[in-house]
Structure formats: C-alpha cells, structure tokens
Write a new protein. Sequence first.
Length: 75
Amino acid sequence: MSAVRGRGTKAASDCFAARVYAELAEDLPDEDLGEDLGDFLERYEPVSGLGVDAEADEEFLETVREAHDRIALGY
C-alpha cells in the first residue's frame, strides 16, 4: 500500500513541478532555462556591460529562484 501512495505522491509532485515550470515559461518565454532550475541557477552568470539593466536581470533571477523554491517546497 505504501508503494502505491509513494507513486501517487511522486506523480502529484511531478505534476506540480510541471505546472510551476509552465508558469515560469509563460512569464519568461524567450529564456532557455533547461530542465533543472537548480542547474540553471548554479550556471547563471549575470549579464554585464554597457546598457545592461542590472535591476531587470535581478528581477529575472528572483523569478527563477521563486519558481525553484516553490517546486522544492511543494507549494
């Protein structure tokens, strides 16, 4: 019985993660975030240079972090 419950919990968790990821993709349609937001956050390097909007870059990063945290916490 617990194996079935474990699969159900895993399926619900995967479904939730997919929903959060879909919301993120809708919010950031031009970004290639890959399949693992944790990997993306580890590899991400802020854009720098003349004309770069550091505030927009930080907002982008915060959006990805929030989605990653929601998936990790399950809500």
